[in-house]
Design a protein around this ligand. Structure first.
Ligand SMILES: *Cc1c(COP(=O)(O)O)cnc(C)c1O
Length: 235
């Protein structure tokens, strides 16, 4: 796998999808999903122009941080964050994309307050209503937003989703459309302390569709780094 070549090609495809959707290529943020990837691979991606990496597991994040793997780039947390690991992530990541319960939001706020910083988060939406996935049900978003609005060391910056695996492309597209509608609805309601800056959706197999339907942040792993070589272990 030629990471350099892949980054160039992905950036071109992102730009083309943005233009086709009547938007500017610079409005779309590329997050390289770097779970299971070595510090060397991450450094190669930084040199190729990747500015943000997304990690799923706290242990792996801490190990790679200790090896200075991300120098020159930002880190997002994109996996389910266990409550007892909040301390290790707040402040280390510029954005926690996986805010998935009121309790987690409160714990992030408390830790950010101890560190005297404001932690940016996205609310993860379980858009397919899958029992196996975390995230807020769409109907619970208003309550989550009320919770977040009252937390002064946490700032909601948008929404994120990992839709169900769909064999039908139109079904997948419909999930992206629903996310876009939630994003727009919340934007127009103007909650205190809630900023709908980012709609994070789209991965290696579907980022062009996601951008067409309003995504401005895509999380791409295998199309940059190649197929993952070993299975994901639990954190
Ligand atoms: C691994 C991962 C991705 C990227 O998946 P690819 O299919 O390899 O592009 C995106 N988002 C999350 C939350 C992930 O865990």
């Amino acid at each position: 796998m030629n990471i350099n070549e892949n980054v160039r090609s992905i950036k071109e495809k992102i730009a083309a999808a943005a233009l086709a959707a009547g938007r500017s290529p610079e409005d779309i943020q590329l997050v390289a999903a770097s779970k299971t990837r070595s510090p060397e691979e991450i450094r190669t991606a930084v040199a190729a122009g990747v500015e943000i990496f997304g990690e799923n597991r706290v242990q792996e994040l801490r190990e790679k941080l200790a090896q200075n793997a991300y120098a020159g780039a930002q880190i997002h947390f994109i996996g389910h964050l266990q409550k007892n690991k909040v301390r290790q992530v707040v402040g280390a990541c510029s954005l926690i994309q996986s805010g998935d319960s009121d309790e987690l939001l409160r714990l992030i706020d408390r830790r950010a307050s101890e560190l005297q910083l404001v932690q940016n988060v996205l609310l993860e939406v379980n858009i397919g209503g899958e029992a196996s996935k975390s995230g807020f049900a769409p109907k619970d978003l208003p309550r989550a937003l009320e919770t977040a609005a009252g937390l002064s060391h946490l700032r909601v910056r948008g929404l994120m989703c990992v839709p169900p695996i769909c064999s039908d492309p139109q079904e997948l597209r419909a999930y992206f459309v629903q996310m876009r509608q939630l994003f727009v609805d919340i934007s127009t309601k103007k909650y205190d302390n809630i900023f709908m800056d980012f709609l994070s959706m789209g991965m290696s197999g579907d980022f062009e569709t996601a951008i067409a339907e309003g995504s401005n942040m895509v999380r791409i792993g295998s199309a940059i780094f190649g197929p993952r070589q070993y299975p994901q272990k639990a954190d």
